[in-house]
Design a protein around this ligand. Sequence first.
Ligand SMILES: C[S@@+](CC[C@H](N)C(=O)[O-])C[C@H]1O[C@@H](n2cnc3c(N)ncnc32)[C@H](O)[C@@H]1O
Length: 179
Amino acid sequence: MTPFEIVLILFLLLVALSIVWSTLQTGISPMMSSGKACRAMLAETENPLVRPLIDLGSGWGTLVIMAARQYPNQQVIGYELSWLPWLVSVIRKYCLRLDNLTLYRKDFMTTELSSDAILCCYLYPGGMVALEAKLKREQLNGTLIVSNTFALPSSQPTKVIRLDDVYQTPIYVYHWPSK
Ligand SMILES: C[S@@+](CC[C@H](N)C(=O)[O-])C[C@H]1O[C@@H](n2cnc3c(N)ncnc32)[C@H](O)[C@@H]1O
């Protein structure tokens, strides 16, 4: 094996370990929303978008980049804990010159969320329990929440869309505070 191959293998191992570590830390892998899911989620936001859109766990930047390109005059924000997906999303942001996109390497659970924002997410059941508790704690009012696949456990969605895919993936829409 050449030194180059050894370095490459070590690098790939580090990348794999970092993704496993962040998955254990956050409870979900940085799996991307499909193009269909992103389009359906953005269609449920406002058009034109008149308030910031925040992706809670922005992964590789799939949804935030689509949003920032679609709404160049609106602020789009992503919070992501896993360093590799975050780094890739930052590189994509600079390559695409998306000045309206801000990407924080930060836990959104420890960040105060604004009522005047649209919140998007693709988390997991435990993450939705924690998010619902946070929404209640921070007494957000008038917030629009769009969630891919997972529902808030004890809130009534305003709307549920089923994607035309093999899983009939649900997209949940909430106007918070919901019933
Ligand atoms: C399934 S991915 C979704 C990525 C992106 N939103 C999309 O739709 O393509 C969920 C992401 O949320 C991140 N995440 C989970 N909990 C988080 C937290 N408390 N703060 C920041 N990121 C978090 C994970 O690291 C993961 O990358």
